[in-house]
Structures are given as C-alpha cells and as structure tokens.
Design a protein around this ligand. Structure first.
Ligand code: ZN
Length: 254
C-alpha cells in the first residue's frame, strides 16, 4: 500500500472520476467530537438508542427535542475547516465529482461543495411526517423557543421530525442511489475521516473496487479497508489534505 502523498496526487490527476466519502473525522477539527471516541463524544452520557430512535421521537417528542434542540444549536455554531475547503477546491478545479457524507452537520455545503450526498440526512430541515410540511433549521429553532413544551410543530400542530436518519429508520433512498452511482463510477474513492464501519458507507469502497476503481484512505483510525486500500495517509486530516492539494499543485506546475 502506497503511503506517498505524491503517488495519490498522481492517481487523482490521472483519474476520470474522483469521489470523496467523508465521516465524523473531517468535522473533528471544527470542534465536533466523533461520537465513536470513548468518553469524549456526543453519546458519552446518553444511550443513543434511547434518545435517537424513531420510537423515542414518537413516544416522547418533548424529551427527544430537549436533547436535539440543544445539539442543533451547538452544531449551527460550528464552522467548516480547511479539510472541507480542500474538497471544495478539488471540485472547483474539476478534480472531484462529489462528496458522499455520513455527517449531518451541513459543513460541506456551508464550505461551498456543490455536489453533496448526505446519506444520514441533515439538520438543515425538519419535516412533518403527516403532511410533509418542512421548515429550515432557523425556523425550527424559533418554533422550539415559542413552544411551551419545546417541541417544534407544523402549522397543523404535528410534532416535526429532523430530517436526520434516526435509529430504526430507513436510509433516504434517493441519497443512497446517488451514493452508489458515484461510488461505482469512481476511479478513486477518497475516504476521509470515516471508520467505514457503518451502513451504507461500509459497502461503498467495495462498490468502487468491484467496478475497477481504487480506494484511498485519509484517516488516522483503523478501518476494515486498511489491508485492501491502494493508498493511505494516516496523519491529521487537515494536514494530509492540504499536503495532497500541494502535491497536485506541484504536478500541475510547469
Ligand atoms: Zn403536519
């Protein structure tokens, strides 16, 4: 497996299609902890199956929203970091066809990425499951503040559900299809800050490889693909991506 950033840069330069697949690790430099890191993450003090399950939203929306409302306010305060910016720049140069992300934090869009597939949904809006009425995050937070019980509701009075995928829910089918399409066409699947253990992203490197593409890992933690990836950069995600961009600049220089 090649560790050299220059080799990966050459591979990207020569590829017809490069697609990024990102996980929690790309948002850590923005101050959003990876919930998989023991003791430090979001779920350190709560049982996710208890608060982040669709049944919890149905059974006790007040408790559900008291947790999520605060979390969404916290996420809205975070800003994209230089790792997000590198992916924006690669797309701007025509070197990246899209970003598939597990993250619900909207940071890829806010950084400026144009093609973003959010396979676990997004905090950007919340919807009524009865009539489909949707509201963006600012409006949802306003409705939380205006409600006696802290539950945001549609105009007809039904509790809203954030458009993030909760435990016990199906993944969004259109996002899933777009993710598979991108992964199957990719010559290089650039996996950034993901442990590649959670469905559906766990399947995507296999989709790329089965269609003749290669998998590149830019992550400091272990993944099931450590033995099968063509490239691996395992340092800090910001430094590695900035190094990759610099290496591409070097190749392009006359
Ligand atoms: Zn409604």
């Amino acid at each position: 497996m090649a560790r050299d950033v220059l080799e990966l840069a050459r591979r990207i330069r020569d590829a017809r299609s490069v697609v990024a697949l990102t996980g929690a690790g790309i948002s850590v430099p923005s101050g959003i902890p990876d919930f998989r890191s023991p003791g430090t993450g979001l779920w350190a003090n709560v049982d996710p199956m208890e608060v982040a399950h669709i049944d919890a939203w149905r059974a006790d929306p007040e408790r559900f929203w008291s947790f999520y409302g605060e979390r969404f306010v916290g996420l809205r305060e975070k800003a994209p970091n230089s790792a997000h910016d590198v992916l924006v720049e690669l797309e701007r140069r025509g070197r990246l066809d899209g970003v598939i992300t597990q993250n619900i934090d909207t940071l890829h869009r806010r950084a400026g990425s144009q093609v973003v597939v959010e396979v676990h949904g997004t905090i950007e809006h919340s919807s009524c499951l009865v009539d489909g009425e949707a509201h963006d995050l600012d409006e949802v937070l306003e409705r939380i503040g205006a409600a006696d019980d802290g539950v945001p509701r549609c105009d007809a009075g039904h509790p809203l559900k954030p458009d993030v995928v909760l435990f016990g829910e199906m993944l969004p089918e259109d996002a899933l299809q777009r993710a598979y399409d991108l992964a199957s066409r990719a010559d290089v699947l650039l996996c950034v800050g993901s442990s590649l253990e959670v469905h559906p992203v766990a399947q995507l490197p296999g989709v790329t490889q089965a269609n003749g593409g290669v998998v590149a890992l830019v992550t400091s933690g272990p993944t099931p693909w450590d033995g099968r990836a063509a490239h691996r950069l395992d340092g800090d995600v910001v430094e590695e991506l900035e190094g990759l961009l610099a290496a591409l600049d070097g190749l392009d220089a006359p």
